[in-house]
Design a protein around this ligand. Structure first.
Ligand SMILES: [Zn+2]
Length: 71
């Protein structure tokens, strides 16, 4: 497997996945991923992306509730 950007070598490892949403930022440490040894670009498994998307939609709902307090 080679990097889509720089053709560098990809190795299995773990990296942080950060999300910037309206009203909050979320960082999940140590998500399994293939990481480029040359430019550091991470590639996440489809399963990981799916689980993160689920997490984000749940956090979105709750964040809206928090932001609506006192409004
Ligand atoms: Zn690369």
């Amino acid at each position: 497997m080679e990097c889509h950007y720089c053709k560098g070598k990809m190795v299995a490892g773990k990296t942080a996945y950060s999300v910037n949403r309206k009203g909050y930022h979320l960082v999940i440490d140590e998500v399994p991923a293939f990481v480029c040894t040359q430019c550091g670009e991470p590639y996440f498994e489809e399963k990981s992306i799916q689980l993160i998307q689920e997490l984000i939609s749940q956090v979105d709902e709750r964040a809206e509730k928090i932001q609506a307090v006192g409004a």
